[in-house]
Design a protein around this ligand. Structure first.
Ligand code: ATP
Ligand code: MG
Length: 591
């Protein structure tokens, strides 16, 4: 049962995701029906981000749905950059969006920009004016808001609503020619000022903005509004199923109005301009279908807030591994397959809910458990000397790279008399149930055999600096004493061979599940987790260090780590902790 799907689930609940029945959601059912009935011979979807920021984990859902469904049903998906807001958009984000979609494992049929269609939009608007379905309004933005009415009161007609077609055509052409000041006039659809749906109360189609556009430069002093541009773009590209999030549900009647009233394929002259924009004639009428957004606890998925985190230096950039941007998650070591698994588990529905961050982490763990080779690393080192080995003793041990998958092969691990172990694998006064090393206690060193701690060496301040141990050499795997049982096994690295590495220990960026809630007068920034990044100097076995950036490992007993995409070098390794092996945030139920 997918979490978002159960009919009786309370809205906005945090719930654990159980095994989803994949690919049985209502959108796929609509697609299946439309193909079966012959309504469409092939399906065509699109993903239409606005290039005003980098994509975040929420977008992964929209991407996996639109690209994934097209792929599953042998159709196409376009990547369309919705660049109708000049000034706020940036080519850097366009490149980022393309990279992120590819990284998630998808490719587009056509790459389009809404700005490719500015001419078609304009001709479509002229047609609406000619048909008496749009008018030029001189009300200011404030007046328009006032005239619009409220949810309980109908709107009022603008005094300019009944202008003649000829006057409207003249004014709209002059808007286009740049004769009027920003904000002085708008082109509005003439629909119904009394509609219960405020989106239909004569919505604006065009506004005057004398701002240069990144693709079209100064060619246009007017820009189309999202609803108009989006509906026509879908129609032009032959989109069959236009998938978007629930907040657009109330816009659907306007979407349909724009598609129907402009009616591109029925107008040869208009359709000419579609063909001129490089599109074949694909006169399918698009259908908008809404699904619920992906919301994750402990996460922010608003571009504006993500941008604020970067601008105010709460993080080190858009790709900071604490960020819920796709590039942040990538740098953190999250895998495309793990993210796709999350989206599959979460399922598709119209029910709003919040998915527990632990569900995401579990998907990543599941993927990495199967795909990441094992290595040993020590994050907080304590020296362990094996006193019954001769000085200068050195050996090369052979370790499997994966405990469950032989195809990963083996590697050589240097072993010597002096090792680093984790400081917290030793306790002078062990708490109850402590099964690691203690004075006079035994522990198994992974792949080596059992050592007994004979002497604890301390400095003048009473801090433990070294452990002197003796090795029972007969207890190594494959030798007669190997069956000897001890309760604990710990990892280690050879002090002489280990490679020093910077390791960045990342954790959740926010310390509360709902950072956006303004309870208690707190702002979301008050919930930043100060411990979300901790940097330590660690020791790695050599086979962990000499790897390319973005190589992922499980460091045994510690978690999954990735060689940093930007800073890692084989001779100066930098690793990021992707996720711990177990959920350290789990709370007893009810809290
Ligand atoms: P934000 O609210 O963060 O600014 P946006 O919705 O304005 O994001 P767009 O670039 O317009 O960002 O989004 C492109 C597509 O991604 C839209 O179709 C939108 O519905 C979808 N999308 C955005 N956020 C989510 C989310 N959290 N879950 C699923 N889909 C999303
Ligand atoms: Mg948007």
């Amino acid at each position: 049962m997918p979490t978002e799907n159960p009919a009786n689930a309370p809205a906005s609940s945090t719930a654990a995701v159980q095994q989803a029945a994949p690919h049985q959601d209502f959108i796929r059912q609509i697609v299946r029906d439309d193909l079966a009935s012959g309504k469409h011979v092939a399906i065509h979807t699109r993903f239409p981000p606005e290039p005003n920021g980098y994509l975040h984990i929420g977008h992964a859902k929209a991407i996996c749905l639109s690209f994934g469904i097209a792929q599953e049903f042998g159709g196409w998906c376009n990547l369309r950059l919705d660049d109708t807001n000049p000034g706020k958009e940036d080519p850097e984000f366009v490149q980022g969006i393309k990279d992120d979609v590819h990284w998630l494992g998808y490719d587009w049929h056509e790459l389009r920009h809404a700005s490719d269609y500015f001419d078609v939009f304009y001709r479509g608007a002229l047609k609406l004016v000619e048909d008496g379905l749009a008018y030029v309004d001189d009300l200011s933005a404030d007046e328009m808001r006032e005239y619009r009415g409220t949810l309980t009161e109908p709107g009022r007609h603008s005094p300019y609503r009944e202008r003649s077609v000829a006057e409207n055509l003249d004014l709209f052409r002059r808007m286009r020619a740049g004769e009027f000041a920003d904000g002085s006039r708008t082109l509005r659809a003439k629909i119904d000022m009394a509609s219960g749906n405020i989106n239909l109360r004569d919505p604006a189609l065009y506004r005057i903005r004398k701002v240069a556009h990144q693709n079209t430069g100064d060619a246009w002093p007017i820009y189309p509004m999202y609803d108009f541009a989006h509906a026509l773009s879908d129609a032009m590209e032959g989109i069959t199923h236009s998938l978007c999030t629930l907040e657009f549900e109330d816009h659907r009647p306007l979407y349909d109005w724009c598609v129907d009233k402009v009616d591109l394929p029925d107008h040869p002259e208009l359709w000419q301009s579609v063909v001129a924009a490089g599109l074949e004639a694909k006169p399918a009428k698009p259908r908008q279908i809404e699904f619920s957004r992906l919301n994750l606890s402990y996460c922010i998925t608003s571009k504006r807030k993500l941008a604020q985190l970067v601008a105010e230096h709460h993080v080190d950039g858009w790709d900071d591994p604490r960020m819920s941007t796709l590039r942040g998650l990538r740098r953190r070591g999250f895998t495309p397959a793990g993210l796709r698994l999350l989206i599959e588990r979460v399922g598709v529905s119209k029910q709003n809910s919040v998915i527990d961050y632990a569900v995401l982490e579990n998907c990543i763990r599941e993927d990495l458990d199967a795909t990441a080779a094992r290595r040993m690393a020590v994050l907080d080192p304590l020296k362990l000397v094996i006193t019954n080995l001769p000085a200068g003793h050195e050996e090369t041990l052979v370790f499997p790279n994966h405990p469950k998958d032989e195809s990963f092969g083996t590697r050589e691990v240097p072993f010597a008399r002096e090792l680093w172990i984790e400081r917290d694998d030793f306790a002078e006064v062990p708490p109850k149930g402590f099964h690691r090393l203690k004075p006079d206690g035994d522990v198994r060193l992974r792949g080596v055999g059992i050592v007994k701690c004979g002497q604890v060496v301390k400095d003048a301040g009473g801090n433990v600096t070294e452990l002197h141990c003796t090795l029972d050499a007969e207890t190594r795997h494959g030798l007669p004493g190997a069956d000897r049982k001890v309760k604990g096994t710990i990892h280690w690295v050879s002090a002489a061979h280990a490679v020093a590495s910077e390791v960045r220990l990342y954790d959740r960026l926010f310390s509360v599940p709902a950072p956006d809630s303004e309870e208690g007068g707190k702002s979301w920034l008050d919930h930043l987790n100060p411990d979300a990044k901790r940097v330590v100097q660690a020791w790695l076995e050599p086979a962990a260090a000499d790897v390319e950036p973005e190589r992922r490992f499980q460091f045994e007993r510690l978690g999954y780590f990735v060689a940093d995409r930007v800073d890692h070098r084989a001779d100066a390794p930098v690793f990021n902790r992707t996720v711990t092996l177990r959920d350290v945030w789990a709370r007893p139920t009810g809290q």
